[in-house]
Write a protein that binds this ligand. Sequence first.
Ligand SMILES: Nc1ncnc2c1ncn2[C@@H]1O[C@H](COP(=O)(O)OP(=O)(O)OP(=O)(O)O)[C@@H](O)[C@H]1O
Ligand SMILES: [Mg+2]
Ligand SMILES: [Zn+2]
Ligand SMILES: [Zn+2]
Ligand SMILES: [Zn+2]
Length: 747
Amino acid sequence: MDTFDNFQYDSTSAYGGALTVVDDNSSVYTAGTHDPEPNTDLNLSSLSLSDSNGSHPPPNMHSHDAPVLEEDIYGVLDDLKDESSVDLPPHACSYCGIHSPASVVKCLICSKWFCNARGNTSASHIVNHLVRAKHREVILHSESPLGETIPECYNCGSKNVFMLGFIPAKSDTVVVLLCRQPCAQISKDISWNASLWAPLIDDRSFLSWLVKPPSETEQLRSRQISFTQINRLEDLWRDNANATLEDLEKPGVDDEPQQILVRYEDAYQYQNIFGPLVKIEADYDKRLKESQTQTDLMVRWDLGLNQKRVAWFGLPKLESGEVRLAVGDELRLRYNGELHKPWEGIGHVIKIPNNISDEIGLELRRAEGVPSECTHGFAVDFVWKSTSFDRMQLAMKTFAVDEKSVSGFIYHKLLGHELEPQILRTQMPKRFSVPGLPELNHSQMYAVKSVLQKPLSLIQGPPGTGKTVTSASIVYHLAKMNPGQVLVCAPSNVAVDQLTEKIHATGLAVVRLTAKSREALDSSVSYLTLHQQVANNTTHVELQKLILLKNEQGELSSTDERKYKTLIRICEKEILQKADVICCTCVGAGDPRLGKLKFRTVLIDEATQAAEPECMIPLVLGCKQVVLVGDHQQLGPVIMNKKAARAGLHQSLFERLVTLQNRPIRLQVQYRMHPCLSQFPSDMFYEGTLQNGVTAPQRLRKNVDFPWPVPDTPMFFYQNLGQEEISSSGTSFLNRFATFASHTTHR
Ligand SMILES: Nc1ncnc2c1ncn2[C@@H]1O[C@H](COP(=O)(O)OP(=O)(O)OP(=O)(O)O)[C@@H](O)[C@H]1O
Ligand SMILES: [Mg+2]
Ligand SMILES: [Zn+2]
Ligand SMILES: [Zn+2]
Ligand SMILES: [Zn+2]
């Protein structure tokens, strides 16, 4: 293993940062004993929010209660009967009712209390809750030994309990809380040793010096809740935060929505089944987004080139991964502090956290009244928008009621009816490879050829087999062969941009339609976007003048604004009509600006990553020929609500069509991976059919001196015997080496 020395994770030497010596005792636990493990007589100085000034009675950390005598138990059980009629205090564990202050903590996100006992489960109730609900911040009870304290990192203030740990200081009387990353690693402070860092959550419960495990007596008299009940209760809370264990018994709670089918009688049945699933998902998404309010934010102000106010801030809650923030999303920023009168304003996200910075950029819609002199005391809410769900519902309705929404053949095909195969009579091109793109290989050529003659085709290909190149080639021919525009979609903006670029390379006139909220955003195909093409048009002199004026002044008079809007609409229409191809996301195909257009041919790339109703949005604009491209061996669409996912919303249209015996055309030559990397996926997922279009020497990176165990095979397996830690999301185990290794080799 000597060869790997350089790559071993070394937390003491890898970083040069040092932490200043603690001289103010803030965020530091002071222990009153000489025990290196701070599990006795802890005192807290000033970490807490409350005015705990060390006057708390010393806690009895070793919960060595006197053994419970048998008669005590019966006495306790008798008491239980009486107590059931008595209301539990507000700080009782929401699972089991245990309520001694030293044994419970409050979840800061949902404000429910939980105890640190395991009951019948493998994790303590609080840890169970935090993991299930993806919450990660807690506060101790005011009457607990450490007082009303929020555990947080001494260095950076992070409150994520899955990241927090402690380092006993040399003085033996102080424990410092630091987050695992980055603070524990950069701490070079001599008064504590970073290698002694230990997590606050160990073996799935909080360390006993922080939250005392309830006594056996108390555990016995508590409500016995099973793991299944916990899971169902957590599910219920997502719908109704006040639900209780009793609600689990009520009828209707476990009602599952109707499962999707493989075949449908007609489009009404289709709508009747998918409609409710989309609604469940939408309601869930709304609740989730709206519950993500974050307070106590620090904001940095900036002025954009367009004279708009931009607020920059970090959003720790994003880390949980439950809510995904995208550029273009709307957020509401509020100020409720003392330095300015209360204010709120809506803006859209122009930058999300990336490798370089964790900051979010929010461009505010209006500049007036913005408290840009204030930096502290802001709060932010997600503004949920129903657009994408509305468009799915509308597409399904159109599919049902509008006979012209799709051709008869496509209608029956989508519903899974038996049909005679149809061949489109077309003039086939002489050459299948197209200008500006690589010469097609055999399987790609075959794919292009057969797609052009069929009203419905599926193309499947492992990563890097040229699905997007083939798609662009197909679009080229379709555009040349047919009048009208080809509509090209994919579920994600990134995929649409890649496709737009390749189609543009063939020389076709392409328009990339983006959502209004994303117009301020730069991308590799900005110059092809509709709004840019409008801005750069030379045919409308008056519009040019108004655009100039608007940029200079920030806004126009109301007459000018009206004129401006009318001219924009006219100009947009002209550009769309002149285009050969229009590219947008599946949801974007529901944009009103496309409302009057009909699209005879539609291609959807990465179709296996779209939920079925999402795919319907571009299809119901009059299609007669459909090409779906994807790979059902890769990840499917992301569905947040479990019920909706279970009922089948997570299955893509592509997959259902495959189940219906529509054979996908396969691409089998991959151009991205080193041949030694493609071997395993080929054997495991593609029955050994994946071939290499690149040779090992072509995939060799020069000037990289990495000590591969087998020098000409750039891969290795690493067995990591280190200690496991729960990751910051609480849902997986962390393997520090794995993270590190992938950083190193993916560069
Ligand atoms: N016939 C070909 N000859 C040479 N290079 C090709 C050919 N087809 C595709 N490539 C190259 O292979 C790479 C992958 O192509 P492409 O992005 O189209 O694949 P993909 O299947 O869409 O990948 P992904 O799974 O990431 O979506 C690109 O660099 C592309 O230029
Ligand atoms: Mg692709
Ligand atoms: Zn919670
Ligand atoms: Zn409990
Ligand atoms: Zn920290």
